[in-house]
Design a protein around this ligand. Sequence first.
Ligand code: FES
Ligand code: FE2
Length: 454
Amino acid sequence: MTDTASSIDIASLIDIENGRLSGKIFTDEEIYEQELEKVWKRAWVMLAHDSMIPRKGDFLQTYIGEDPVMVVRQKDGGVKAFLNQCRHRGMRICRVDKGTAKAFTCTFHGWAYDLAGDLIQVPRQDTAYPETFERGRFGAVKVPRVQYYKGFWFGTWDEDAPDFEEYLGSAKYYLDGYIDRWDGGMEQVAFHRWVLPNNWKFMAEQPTSDMQHSEITHVSAATVLNKGSDAADRTKRGTNPTGRQFFSDYGHGGAWYGEKGAEVPNTGQAMQRYEAQPEIAEMIARRLGDDREIRGHLNIWPTFMVLGNYTIRVTHPRGPHEMEVWAWTFVPKDAPEDIKDSIRRDVLRTFTPAGMFEADDALNWEEMQHVLKGRVARDTGYLYQMVGAPIQWDEGCYPGGSSAHVFSDNAAINMYATYLDMMTSDSWEELMEKRAQHRMGLAPVSAAGDRAEA
Ligand code: FES
Ligand SMILES: [Fe+2]
């Protein structure tokens, strides 16, 4: 049962075969309400990393969609998550962002919850409530599925969602390349969060698919940051788009330069130096195999993003016109302090609110959202017809669908195909059937790259 009976026919706004989207999917309130129900209540969302809540009683507040969620380390070392909403009158149970607690007491009328979210105290229960009142019935609403994956905790509201690893599918191979690289694991050393005035899908699309913007949007920043090195010359990269784009069943996608040994231009010099050391290179090869030198951008649908310099982020939707970015800097836990600090500074000057790349990107999204206020602009439609190279399946060492060309819209259109299937399915069962039928949601593209004119 859903509470959003939309009058909008979303299928009329997303034309996968011809690579056309209507701007309405980025502005419409009704569509947004439907997204909360059909996407955000159903998808797996990253909740926390082990290093954010290391000890029992450690907690943080995050969101799944717009729903505030408490993530709490339990006495047994596990993690539980529950809605941060008091069952009495709906106040936030906990009002601080993070900390360590033995219990959580609502500041409105004093109802208290334990680390698992169970209600343990109701002031005046003995004298003012009937004997029939059962505390056990009013624990916080639990996130029913919480799963651990290589240091990260993910949650979904949907009991019927596939296991997290199944949801990852072929994206697992690529994600592991970032998060499973180190014997000692990773830790987060910095956190920034900020609000941007644009629809959440603009940002999700970028690490999924759009490497091409970087040679235009980021040209000044790249030139400045790479002064003195070849990487400063973005025109070289533009004429030599070696690399690959990847996409998978549930909308995940990524792209990187170079087939192997891909560099991390201008953002990860400290990390590159560290990884070039023979014993470190040997460790990475042992863990990942020789073929997995893939370091670009990756998005696990809907918005768990990993960038090649270990900035890891989640965005939370805030209505059709706004999103909240939560971005962490990760480092290899066993790295020397000076390397960790260099990585932190590399990220600071590139992919944080004060970072040069971040400012470049944010301006595009803000402008796009602003243009969409126009009544004609909203109906003009967006174009996703760049095919890069023919789509290949499980090609060589690359699982999933991919194109051997770093510049392509295939992964973006696959993301919107997944989105469309989610928005038009009432259950995971239906969604999985649709996804299987539409494998990757992409119309076949000929070797010449033809896609119908629209
Ligand atoms: S709203 Fe929480 S105790 Fe009343
Ligand atoms: Fe960018």
